[in-house]
Structures are given as structure tokens and as C-alpha cells.
Design a protein around this ligand. Structure first.
Ligand SMILES: [Zn+2]
Length: 254
């Protein structure tokens, strides 16, 4: 008998906000949540580390939900922590189930057996990506821009990161250029072009699979976490994006 990972008290992995009114945008939030299956306890990770960027993308849940409210578009969120399984990594990727994250060991992952890895994929990773695939399939005949939402820690390896926001891109440089121009025109932002990370076919999973895999335009956004740690910052960023995304769409269409 196979024992399931998620019990009756555990939340569903996918939180889906359906489209409220016709919109070209589909929002996805791989690192929104930090739920942990009850069976894992605290995974051997101290309480204070659960407040850090290693557990989830700080502030992005609020940005995504405020943005969804403004645009009326669909939003798909992952409820579980990236320390359980990183939904922006392909199954089996070396950092999919990290043994260490930003110098913090994750003992439950170090001890994880193959069968446990497969349960996490089956019960957490696949349902999330199946939900995104389902939405994209349903709207296959309608023009779509996939917007992948992330946030990044202001400091890594002792180095401060100057960017307020970054646009990550690989094959779709056209949409990225449009958004980079609009963000630079805002006048009050330090904008990263493939910073703080470079998007590649293997470093990321959600955009390569769902957008590049379906030849859809996309934006992968990274917002610095100190700007959106509180609700006022989350609202301000959602308002900014709700103003800029329709302009991106207009320029793509023209
Ligand atoms: Zn992220």
C-alpha cells in the first residue's frame, strides 16, 4: 500500500483564482506559499529560517492577489514551501528538493528516499503544473501572456543587490524588452535585465515548460523582497504592474 504524503489536515497544493473577466494575462506564483506536509513537522529547520527567503518568496502572495483583483485574470499559486519541493525546478533537478538552502541545512531532505521524492512530485509539483496546463489548454485559442511572479532577497552571499525589480528572459526577449523599457521609464527604479538571475531552459521550469514550450509570450518578474514585505508595498507594486501590463499587451499586439 502506498502511503500518501498529504493528510486530511494538509492544504491542497494548488490555490486557483479563476479568470473573473476576459484577460490576456495568466499569473503564476511558484513560491507563494510555505505550507509543509504535517508528516514532515518543521523539516528540522529552525523557526526563524521559515521567515526567510529560503522558505518562500516573501511578499509575492500579496502582490499576486492584489494584481489578480485589479486585472481580473486567472492566478495559480503553489501552497507548499519551496523547501518541500521547488515548483520552478524540473523533477529530479539537483535543487528541486534542496539539502541546503542559503547555508541552512534541510535535514528531512537529506534523509529523503527516492519514494519520498516521487510522492512530493506526485502530490505537490504535478498538480500545480497540471493546473497551469489546464488553464492554458482551455484558452488555447485566445491570446495569452504568462506572467511568472517571484521575489528575491536583497542580499546574497554578503552582497547587496541594487535592483528594485528584474525581468528574466531567455527565448522571448521581445516581451522582456517592452517591459524593461516601461520599467525604466518609470524613473524611480533600478531595473535588472536578467538580474538577479539569468533565465535558462534548465535553471527554471515554469516558463520553459508552459510559455516557451507553447510558444507563448511571457514575463518572469522578480521584485526585491524588502519592497513588498508589507501590505502597502505589495499594493503599490500590484498597482504599478496593473498599469504597465496592459501597456505591454498593447505593444505586443501592435
Ligand atoms: Zn521565486
Amino acid at each position: 500500500m502506498t502511503v500518501s504524503l498529504l493528510g486530511a489536515a494538509d492544504p491542497a497544493p494548488v490555490i486557483l483564482f479563476p479568470e473573473g473577466r476576459p484577460s490576456p494575462f495568466v499569473l503564476v506564483s511558484d513560491h507563494a506559499g510555505r505550507a509543509v506536509p504535517t508528516i514532515f513537522g518543521d523539516m528540522g529547520v529552525p523557526d526563524h529560517d521559515w521567515e526567510r527567503h529560503i522558505a518562500y518568496d516573501i511578499g509575492i502572495l500579496g502582490v499576486g492577489r492584489f494584481l489578480r483583483d485589479s486585472l481580473g485574470c486567472a492566478l495559480v499559486e503553489q501552497a507548499y514551501s519551496r523547501l518541500v519541493i521547488d515548483c520552478n525546478r524540473a523533477p529530479g533537478h539537483p535543487t528541486s528538493i534542496p539539502h541546503v538552502s542559503d547555508y541552512t541545512p534541510v535535514p528531512v531532505n537529506r534523509a529523503a528516499e527516492e519514494s519520498c521524492r516521487l510522492r512530493r512530485e506526485l502530490e505537490i509539483l504535478h498538480p500545480y503544473h497540471d493546473a497551469i496546463s489546464g488553464i492554458l489548454k482551455e484558452r488555447a485559442t485566445r491570446p495569452t501572456l504568462l506572467v511568472s511572479l517571484h521575489s528575491f532577497t536583497p542580499e546574497m552571499d554578503g552582497k547587496k543587490r541594487p535592483w528594485h525589480v528584474g525581468i528574466l528572459h531567455h527565448k522571448d526577449t521581445k516581451t522582456a524588452r517592452i517591459m524593461l523599457d516601461l520599467l525604466n521609464q518609470e524613473g524611480d527604479l533600478c531595473v535588472g535585465d536578467n538580474e538577479p538571475y539569468v533565465l535558462t531552459a534548465t535553471s527554471d521550469y515554469t516558463v520553459p515548460r508552459h510559455a516557451e514550450g507553447n510558444a507563448l509570450p511571457y514575463l518572469e518578474l522578480e521584485i526585491r523582497q524588502d519592497l513588498i514585505a508589507r501590505q502597502d508595498g505589495q499594493k503599490a507594486w500590484a498597482e504599478r504592474l496593473a498599469r504597465l501590463l496592459p501597456q505591454v499587451w498593447e505593444r505586443i499586439e501592435s
